[in-house]
Design a protein around this ligand. Structure first.
Ligand code: MN
Length: 140
């Protein structure tokens, strides 16, 4: 048994992987026979990940605020507390806050044999972030 007391400093999302200010709290760290990596990720308004993919997929569970998700070739969609999104292994995607609201989600991923949990690509442009017909009522 290993207890990690609340008090470990919140980390910041590196600018090569995120646009805007993003804060990360570790929930579960892979290793010692576990492949599960869990984080609570806090996006400030307008902040989002870069385009990326996960070798074994990813589940995110929204706990607070209003957010957006996108995947290659698809429409941007609004996500809210209680919503769960699964991204398939190697699916190119991004996730983040709405332009006017914070968004926090729990992230669950399994690392691969090399311990990697994501492959990162280009930033999500403002055009990609805004492009959608399905954002109507986002701030309602
Ligand atoms: Mn992801």
């Amino acid at each position: 048994m290993q207890i990690t007391k609340n008090g470990k400093a919140t980390g910041t999302g590196p600018s090569e992987w995120f646009t805007g200010a993003v804060y990360v709290d570790q929930v579960a760290v892979a290793g010692q026979g576990s492949r599960i990596n869990a984080t609570s990720v806090h996006f400030t308004p307008g902040a989002r990940t870069a385009w990326h993919k996960h070798p074994n997929g990813q589940t995110i569970y929204v706990t607070e605020g209003v957010g957006r998700v996108g995947h290659r070739g698809g429409e941007v969609q609004v996500i809210r507390p209680g919503d769960r999104v699964f991204f398939e292994p190697a699916e190119d995607h991004w996730h983040g806050a709405s332009p006017t609201r914070f968004m926090t989600h729990l992230s669950l991923v399994e690392v691969d044999d090399q311990g990697n949990n994501a492959t990162w690509a280009s930033h999500v442009s403002d055009q990609e972030y805004r492009a959608s017909a399905s954002l109507e009522g986002e701030d309602a």
